[in-house]
Design a protein around this ligand. Structure first.
Ligand SMILES: C=C(O[C@H]1C=C[C@H](C(=O)CCC(=O)O)[C@@H](C(=O)O)[C@@H]1O)C(=O)O
Length: 258
């Protein structure tokens, strides 16, 4: 069993770029940005419960990581960078904390390194389980209209919010709920200390209007990059700026990259 993905060959012998979307997204999410990095082989994955992996489910971060590793093996990906947005960023950070062979680096956009306070974790578990119940019981258009009115999405204008609600409503509420249950921030280990010990670079992108994740960025790494004119979903709000940030980071970190 492996994750569904969309692979694109690179023009040069470079490390693979493996892209992980956020909650309720799919493998298409990163493709406009990834297409600007055509020198690199790219793999755009669908997370469990999403897109072409909708029928797949996992019960923990450890199971998610095992499934990601099995997928990399199946694609014969031996040297790679992970690029993850939000939930995908959290999964990338968990993978990085395991210090897997072959991981050259991680680029996270708006990913949380984990909760420290037990009371905050308990409250988050209650809140995410309420979202799970709504995803299972209510029309997705209603759920995502509420989802994109959360503070972290406050920068969205109505047309942007409406477009996201329409896009995200083309999901399966039951399988989304199972993934949120398993990979809720409340279920994620606190990765702060593990991430300080990794031998490879971690870069952190955040939308300049995403104050919550701007504040978290320096908890993850000193390599932090503000994306102008963007909120939480920076690659959707300003794909050109995210594409140039990725190109800049990869040029900096990978010698002889044109
Ligand atoms: C509301 C918060 O957390 C959720 C928001 C972002 C994450 C995500 O992947 C959303 C993708 C999107 O809708 O564009 C999601 C996650 O990491 O699972 C969080 O549950 C918050 O304030 O932290």
């Amino acid at each position: 069993m492996i994750l569904h993905g969309h692979a694109m060959a690179g023009r040069q012998p470079q490390p693979w770029l493996v892209f992980l979307h956020g909650f309720s997204g799919d493998n298409r999410e990163w493709q406009p940005v990834g297409a600007t990095l055509e020198n690199f082989p790219r793999l755009y994955l669908d997370l469990p419960g999403h897109g072409g992996s909708a029928a797949l489910s996992i019960a923990s971060f450890a199971e998610m990581d095992a499934l990601l590793r099995a997928t990399l093996v199946r694609y014969n990906i031996l040297n790679y960078w992970l690029v993850g947005y939000s939930l995908g960023g959290r999964i990338a950070l968990y993978h990085a904390s395991q210090k897997p062979a072959g991981l050259n680096g991680v680029i996270v956009e708006g990913g949380h390194p984990g909760l420290i306070d037990d009371n905050v974790r308990a409250a988050r578990l209650i809140a995410d389980r309420q979202w799970c119940e709504r995803l299972r019981q209510q029309p997705l258009a209603e759920v995502f209209d509420a989802w994109y009115r959360q503070p972290v999405f406050a920068t969205l204008h109505e047309p942007q919010r409406a477009a996201l609600v329409a896009l995200r409503s083309k999901n399966n509420g039951t399988t989304l709920a199972a993934m949120l249950e398993a990979t809720s921030l409340a279920q994620q280990p606190d990765l702060h200390s593990a991430l300080r010990a990794v031998p490879f670079p971690i870069h952190y992108l955040y939308g300049e209007h995403d104050s919550k994740f701007q504040a978290l960025a320096t908890h993850v790494t000193r390599h932090c990059h503000a994306i102008p004119a963007a909120g939480h979903n920076a690659h959707r709000d300003n794909p050109a700026a995210v594409a140039s940030a990725l190109a800049r980071i990869l040029r900096l970190e990978i010698k002889d990259t044109l």
